[in-house]
Design a protein around this ligand. Sequence first.
Ligand code: ATP
Ligand code: MG
Length: 200
Amino acid sequence: MKKQAIFGGTFDPIHNGHLHIAYEALYKLNLDKIIFIPSGNPPHKFYREITDGYIRYEMVNMAIREEEKFELSDYEIKKSGFSYTYETLEYFKNSFQDIQWYFLTGVDCLMELDGWKNIDKIMEICELVVFNRPGFNKWAILRQKERVEKKYNKKIIFLDIPLLDISSTDVRRLIKENKNVRYFLPEGVYNTIKELKLYI
Ligand code: ATP
Ligand code: MG
């Protein structure tokens, strides 16, 4: 059976922290493929305006093109509006047969798991793979991991890899402050941000 992962995110913009965890997952879990799925644009602006889906999609495209096991899907941005993770996972599960699915996520998402719609379906469809991020208490993480595992009667895969303290929020803020973000981002992504004058 093939092993494939879904890696969803806003990717506004995609950065080296995302690529770092994707590479680790690829090799540690021996995956055949990782599908990057940028989220759609929310219908209403709430706390900030998110960059157009196709621009975020193109930046991901540039970031992953050197790794043949990384793929990209416009499933969520094509739908426009907000997509629920469980719907996306159901769609992919139903579109392919005989695949063991994994869902990659940072620990910030694990801590907010109760807010996810139909989390039981997510836990049923895929193996949840969680990566640590700076700023989270180890004991709080362990408690949450155990709680979720017990509630859904399923193990979570926790990959404790070296942390990369990068977030899209930091990248956007640094650009606004006119600071150098070149080494947080793949070259093509950096150039696109400059060309389109994003985040200034
Ligand atoms: P923002 O600051 O805008 O929320 P972000 O850096 O968190 O951006 P997202 O697109 O929200 O990026 O994240 C997609 C997924 O990647 C999430 O599951 C998130 O937890 C994970 N992730 C992002 N950056 C890192 C990192 N440096 N280390 C581990 N996981 C990360
Ligand atoms: Mg985030």
